[in-house]
Write a protein that binds this ligand. Structure first.
Ligand SMILES: [Zn+2]
Ligand SMILES: [Zn+2]
Length: 293
């Protein structure tokens, strides 16, 4: 039996504390939020009262782990020094908020070498990560996310993240595994054998002890398609067979699975994902692993 946690990304608009109610509404056992709007550099001013309210509501809820996803604009491999500084600032801001609200840590898209290759950017990215961790208060971890690989994204291959972890050498630098990204990057996690092969490579290149959290997304993109389009659990190219294989793998014991999926159409004809149905699909997968063993 693999006792993973069924969680989801939720909105915190109107106040960071709203995330707790939004998570409870879809019966999520863990949540992920943005600490500021992901498409802008502007940092939200979270008032101390808002942080306190978040912590109180969190304590009184059934939600366990909380994660913050960094803004999308950050690129630790940016060539322009000003872009690099703003990128580092954005992660430091997210790490401070993570510490303040008692979150596990921050998930980061490391950046893009834009075709220059890992060798060209490894020193700069290593230094940036060391600086971020040196200045980050508390115990929150920084989890680098594997990527689909479009446009020279760092993290298409597990080995690229492993290289950075090896250079930085901090227990607080870990990895977030996004299932849709891995599949689009060419890791065939749509079946049991493929999951085994992929997680063996993960263990060799990164180390399973550095797997912090999972982004549980099916993929609209075919295997190796190198693009990033999420689909509801069981409805994409990974499929229910793939998710049965993933959720049965012992590497995921105790890990939070965070949904970032479009959702199913409501009565109003619109999807508001991640939704209760996707959370329930994760919970049914978990229940099935209890029977399988
Ligand atoms: Zn992400
Ligand atoms: Zn994605």
């Amino acid at each position: 039996m693999v006792e993973f946690i069924a969680g989801a990304h939720v909105s915190s608009s109107g106040g960071i504390f709203n995330a707790i109610g939004n998570g409870a509404e879809i019966e999520a056992e863990a949540i992920q939020i943005f600490a500021s709007p992901p498409q802008t550099w502007r940092q939200t001013n979270h008032k101390p009262e808002a942080i306190e309210k978040f912590k109180t509501l969190h304590t009184d809820s059934d939600i366990g782990e909380v994660w913050i996803h960094n803004i999308y604009l950050a690129n630790l491999a940016a060539e322009d020094p000003e872009q690099l500084k703003k990128s580092i600032d954005s992660v430091q801001f997210a790490m401070r908020i993570a510490d303040a609200i008692g979150a596990e840590g921050v998930v980061l898209h490391t950046g893009s070498h834009k075709g220059r290759g890992m060798d060209a950017v490894a020193d700069q990215v290593t230094d940036a990560l060391i600086e971020i961790l040196r200045d980050a208060p508390g115990t929150a971890v920084l989890a680098l996310e594997d990527m689909a690989g479009q446009g020279g994204q760092i993290g298409k291959e597990f080995g690229e993240l492993g290289l950075l972890l090896n250079r930085v050498k901090s227990d607080r630098l870990q990895v977030c595994l996004d299932t849709a990204h891995a599949f689009a990057a060419g890791y065939d996690i749509g079946n049991t054998e493929g999951v085994e092969i992929s997680m063996t490579e993960f263990d060799r290149e990164i180390g399973l002890d550095h797997l912090a959290v999972i982004h549980a997304n099916d993929s609209k993109i075919e295997l190796g398609g190198l693009r990033d389009r999420h689909e509801n659990i069981g409805e994409g190219h990974i499929g229910m067979t793939g998710f049965e294989a993933i959720t049965a793998h012992p590497a995921f014991e105790g890990k939070a699975f965070l949904l970032e999926v479009p959702g199913f159409e409501d009565n109003d004809g619109k999807a508001h994902g991640p939704d209760l149905e996707n959370v329930n699909r994760l919970k049914r997968l978990r229940a099935a692993t209890a029977v399988a063993v």
